[in-house]
Design a protein around this ligand. Structure first.
Ligand code: SF4
Length: 399
């Protein structure tokens, strides 16, 4: 989605202030529940530090942990499929559907939407509604992969996803390469933080664990099970040492609920799978679309997202890095570059700044910033005396 399209959609959303009131009330209610759920932790701040440490360590060892996860699944009923991008994953799913001669039903988890962003599901006979009585393949998200025990973890609050998984003849799970963690000990803390910050509940209602290592025991998996480990631009983020810890995200949505821009623009304006501050950081990688870099500018950089993030991700700093990268990679317009160039030259020298009166400066601001400022707010007027002049007068420095 281009920048102008984003602005148009925000304008449409803002026409009805009821939208914002409704969303603000929903956010406030959930935030109150989240605050209450946080009291179940003895030391919430310590939990944040630990979770961030655990996930950072996992991120640094992603390759080893994923190799470990796959190695122990050899000779089990769980098969690992590596997918570099969404098209790759969709082809694998279509091939499985063909070989089992079964339809594929999927839920609307974000990672599944990642696969279907070009609406290829229709072409591949993959559908969204499941008739749980007939034979079918279930395509659902996996939340975490535990490397030590080669387990697939699904955390849900909705019974529908569990019902679909439970009735399927074949299961396909999808998760990103960033979903791998070391052990169950790590999972306990991270899952509790996710549930607390996503649903305002201290723990998930449904926790399903699929472990391929029980092939020869009585409780071995009866059905075939596949796990698609999806890259889809994540390795680009992982390669970026400055911003890689954004992959520590556990998709709790707390940053979106706290972000004033996300509140006033509405989810639909983003037009991307992931929205809010997290979406602004990762969408251009995940959707492989450099036109989405403008989303990093859709932020007030107020740092509220940092304050609420349970993984201690420095989101606002990463947004600032993304802006810098967008400028470096020439993803901003020439007019904007020129404006900033003249602005920089003007403010670097006191004699330049003092040129012209308040009226001339006001006129210049309006001309330069009119488009970016928009018509929803008044442009502030320039004070008659500059800070420098006031300072000199008050300190009696003379002119
Ligand atoms: S960036 Fe942090 S607050 Fe936002 S969804 Fe991810 S974990 Fe939650």
């Amino acid at each position: 989605m281009e920048k102008q399209e984003f602005i148009n959609k925000v304008d449409q959303y803002l026409i009805d202030p009821e939208n914002i009131k409704k969303q603000a009330a929903i956010n406030a209610k959930l935030n109150r529940q989240v605050d209450l759920a946080k009291t179940f932790f003895d030391k919430y701040d310590l939990a944040l530090q630990r979770s961030s440490y655990i996930k950072n360590k996992a991120l640094e060892n992603t390759d080893k942990l994923l190799a470990n996860f796959e190695f122990d699944l050899n000779n089990t009923k769980i098969k690992v499929i590596w997918a570099t991008d969404a098209a790759n994953a969709m082809n694998e799913i279509a091939a499985l559907s063909k070989s089992y001669a079964l339809p594929v039903y999927f839920d609307d988890a974000q990672i599944i939407k990642e696969l279907d962003k070009d609406a290829e599901s229709a072409a591949l006979n993959i559908s969204k509604t499941a008739d749980v009585k007939s034979n079918f393949i279930a395509l659902t998200k996996a939340d975490f992969l535990v490397a030590d025990s080669s387990s697939i973890i699904c955390l849900n609050h909705e019974t529908k996803a569990k019902q679909i998984q439970g009735n399927a003849a074949v299961q396909i799970f999808v998760c990103g390469i960033d979903a791998v963690i070391q052990s169950y000990n790590d999972l306990e803390l991270i899952a509790a933080l996710q549930s607390t910050n996503k649903y305002g509940e201290p723990t998930h209602a449904n926790i399903s664990i699929y472990n391929g290592n029980k092939l020869n025991e009585d409780d071995a998996l009866k059905e075939d099970l596949y796990v698609i480990i999806l890259d889809n631009g994540r390795s680009q983020i992982l390669a970026d040492h400055e911003q890689r810890s954004v992959l520590n995200c556990i998709h709790c949505n707390a940053c979106s609920r706290s972000c004033p821009v996300a509140l006033f623009s509405g989810e639909k304006a983003y037009g991307t799978v992931y929205t809010g501050p997290y979406g602004a950081l990762v969408s251009h990688h995940i959707e492989n679309n450099s036109n989405l870099t403008h989303l990093a500018f859709a932020s007030t950089l107020c740092s509220k997202c940092n304050d609420v993030c349970p993984m201690n991700i420095n989101i606002s700093a990463f947004l600032a890095y993304s802006r810098r990268n967008a400028v470096k990679n020439k993803c901003v317009s020439k007019t904007e570059n020129l404006t900033i160039y003249f602005w920089k030259n003007a403010v670097m020298k006191r004699s330049n700044m003092d040129k012209g009166g308040a009226k001339v400066k006001g006129f210049m601001f309006k001309q330069m910033l009119r488009k970016a400022w928009g018509n929803k707010r008044e442009m502030p007027t320039v004070a008659h005396k500059s800070f420098n002049q006031l300072w000199r007068e008050r300190k009696d420095f003379g002119n």
